[in-house]
Design a protein around this ligand. Structure first.
Ligand SMILES: [Zn+2]
Length: 305
């Protein structure tokens, strides 16, 4: 690739990342084929997502632009789970059994030129959530796979302890799996709750979180029934056991905090929700929060009171 060609590759990629940044800042978490087709980026007409296969190289570029992993429901083989190496880096399988298939060559070109890519992660309920920029940092030809670094650039909305060298390998693998699940989990949970806090119905996407009912560290699964869309305030209150939610979808406030005196935030933002039902639940019954998981978490809230 000539320096000019590489610059053009970078220009299209950076325009694609800006385009995604803008949509995500406006609250869009999940993208379809149609959403990401016929875009004009850096003067080129491009599509950002593969149509069929897992690897996508637009005709006018010399290297792959994106890869895609479909959502697999619970019970079937899980994406990501068996593909993280002891070094904490993900292994992405090559297309087919020929390392020199044209799509594998397109990925290799991105690796050699150190070009960033987009990884489309399947979202429960449909669509894809983008993780970018990611880099290919090596290949293991004998195993027909590339090594993927998702941490080369910090992702501001993925809050996670940085992976340190002295960590146990199994823990590093676990961290990478959790990080990969995090963005599609958020996309699925926010969609199910129509981008509103379950407790107060607040609707500002960038102040909303996808909270786990059973916590990540305690084996909580990244599925919608183990999630709640909560605003930052109610998420923090839920995590600190100031606010509890019963298996009957009722909000309870810690007795000590319930009788505290403070300003309007405490009164209207916390105390007035005591005894109230959740304001927002997913329309589909199958996506509503798991009552057993809520009960278990509520017990922890009672124990802390
Ligand atoms: Zn709220």
């Amino acid at each position: 690739m000539t320096p000019e060609e590489r610059l053009r590759e970078l220009a299209v990629r950076h325009a694609a990342f800006r385009w995604l940044d803008e949509r995500r800042a406006a609250g869009k978490e999940t993208f379809s084929q149609d959403d990401t087709s016929n875009l004009t980026l850096a003067g080129e007409s491009v599509r950002l997502m593969p149509t069929q296969q897992g690897i996508w190289k637009p005709g006018q570029l010399g290297a792959a632009l994106s890869i895609r992993t479909v959502y697999r429901p619970e019970g079937s083989e899980r994406p990501y789970d068996d593909a993280v190496g002891l070094d904490g880096l993900y292994r992405y399988k090559m297309r087919g059994t020929d390392p020199d298939h044209y799509q594998n060559r397109a990925l290799r070109a991105a690796m050699h030129e150190r070009l960033p890519l987009i990884w489309w992660l399947g979202v429960q309920g449909g669509g894809y959530s983008p993780l970018y920029p990611i880099y290919l940092v090596g290949e293991e030809r004998a195993d027909l796979q590339f090594v993927v670094d998702i941490d080369a650039v910090p992702q501001p909305d993925i809050v996670w302890p940085s992976v340190e060298l002295e960590l146990e390998p199994s823990y590093r693998q676990q961290l990478t799996r959790m990080r990969l699940h995090q963005r599609p989990f958020r996309a699925a949970v926010l969609r199910a709750y129509q981008t509103s806090c379950a407790v107060c119905s607040f609707r500002h996407g960038d102040l909303l979180d996808a909270a786990h009912i059973q916590e990540d560290g305690a084996g909580g699964r990244p599925v919608v029934t183990n999630g709640l869309t909560l605003c930052k305030m109610h998420h923090a209150a839920y995590d600190r056991r100031i606010l509890g939610i019963t298996g009957d979808y009722e909000v309870q406030i810690n007795a000590r905090v319930l009788h505290e005196e403070d300003g309007p935030m405490l009164r209207h933002g916390i105390q007035e929700f005591h005894g109230k039902p959740l304001m927002v639940l997913p329309e589909r019954r199958t996506e509503r929060p798991d009552r057993l998981l809520l009960d278990e978490r509520f017990q922890a809230f009672l124990d802390a009171s």
